[in-house]
Design a protein around this ligand. Structure first.
Ligand SMILES: NC(=O)c1ccc[n+]([C@@H]2O[C@H](COP(=O)([O-])OP(=O)(O)OC[C@H]3O[C@@H](n4cnc5c(N)ncnc54)[C@H](O)[C@@H]3O)[C@@H](O)[C@H]2O)c1
Length: 352
């Protein structure tokens, strides 16, 4: 039987400060593979587990697509064994999972707007890649598999105040959401493996690729530019700071019940107009501009994270504290996002 240790992990201060209470059910000398660990949430998770588990061997497998960056793992050279490769390649996946106690799958194509233009890479990574990873885990007797999914699988929950429960029917709309729905269905169908799924809400914070709404608005505002708000700006999201998301996945990795799904969300719903106004106020620059809406834009997502809270997780960052942290990070790291925004892979989405 594995040792259960009660531990409290204290992170950065936040006004809504609460401790993360983590019960560790995975041994302190385990080997854990993080796929997509050079992306936004995956790298936050790698930093989180590197500090929480000094005895873990941490592997990262990442294809370094347009949104994967080695520098997101800066300072962790002695802690992380990095492999550049595709999760959907059976040989690569097999080599990466061999000898692992757990796999946490963040690797994904993650931008809804890109999925509307070309869904093929989304099927490749978010569907086929999950199957290949699961087959590799089965062949190498990996203990636990965490599939990182999204609240977008529930589809549009506008017209009600209700929060989506894990037992709700899924009604994904965008090609991104449909690919994530299929990916988690494949994972949960692998009932011979120890699979858990997380469905996180919209996430923001340091190191997010600046095509996504909050870093796009923050970086445009820093340069005194336009903040392109889709439609009438009333689309509502539950914004969660990336450190809270990483901590939730960490807890589910240890404590999630086999075969279960856990919503992770901040219980704070904010619409696009309020996000833009908060950014203009904090940055002291930028101008809101309404632009044609994204096709079939979901008007509301909001999840009920009671099941994850019952495991001991709670969000620590309020939106305003999290936004202050994010603005500070983008101000301090302009060399990174300026280079990204100047690169040919950076896209502007204009639905007009
Ligand atoms: N960002 C959000 O708001 C949010 C919310 C809920 C859930 N999620 C989920 O969290 C996960 C991480 O999202 P993110 O925002 O950090 O995404 P991201 O786009 O910043 O990072 C994705 C990472 O996956 C890597 N990758 C892509 N295809 C790959 C492949 N075939 N093989 C190996 N690596 C590959 C990329 O290089 C990148 O490092 C995704 O599964 C996403 O669906 C994201």
């Amino acid at each position: 039987m594995q040792r259960i240790i009660a531990m409290v992990v204290f992170g950065q201060p936040a006004a809504d400060f609460r401790a993360y209470h983590v019960l560790m059910a995975i041994g302190e000398h385990s080997t854990v593979l993080v796929t997509g660990g050079a992306g936004f949430i995956g790298s936050a998770f790698v930093h989180h587990i590197a500090s929480a588990h000094p005895g873990w061997t941490i592997r990262v497998l990442d294809a370094l697509t347009y949104c994967g960056f080695r520098e997101h793992l800066e300072g962790l050279d002695t802690r992380v064994q990095f492999t550049e490769g595709d999760i959907a390649c059976p040989n690569t996946a097999a080599a990466a999972v061999a000898g692992c106690d757990a796999v946490v799958n963040f690797a994904a194509e993650s931008h809804v707007d890109r999925s509307i233009i070309d869904s093929a890479p989304f099927t490749h990574t978010n569907v086929d890649g999950v199957q290949v990873l699961l087959d590799a885990c089965r062949a190498h007797a990996v203990g636990r598999f965490v599939q990182v999914s999204t609240d977008e699988v529930y589809g549009d929950v506008a017209g009600t105040d209700r929060l989506s429960l894990e037992s709700d029917a899924m009604a994904p709309v965008s090609p991104y959401a449909r690919s994530k729905t299929e990916g988690e269905a494949i994972a949960l169908a692998a009932d011979d493996l120890d699979v858990v799924v997380t469905r996180g809400s919209n996430t923001y914070g340091p190191r997010q690729y600046p095509e996504k709404v909050i870093p796009l608005f923050v970086t445009n505002a820093i340069d005194g530019g336009l903040l392109p708000v889709y439609g009438d700006g009333t689309a509502m999201r539950d914004y969660m700071h990336v450190d809270d998301h990483a901590a939730g996945i960490h807890l589910v990795l240890h404590e999630g019940e086999r075969g279960a799904v856990y919503n992770l969300g901040a219980r704070e719903q904010i619409n696009g107009n309020d996000v833009a106004a908060a950014i203009v106020e904090r940055v002291g620059g930028g101008e809101v501009r309404f632009v044609p809406d994204r096709p079939e834009h979901d008007m509301r997502y909001a999840v009920d994270p009671t099941a994850a809270e019952a495991l001991g997780w709670t969000r620590r960052w309020s939106f305003i504290d999290g936004l202050n942290d994010t603005v500070q990070w983008y101000r301090a790291n302009s060399h990174w996002w300026r280079a990204v925004k100047a690169s040919p892979s950076f896209r502007h989405f204009d639905w007009g």
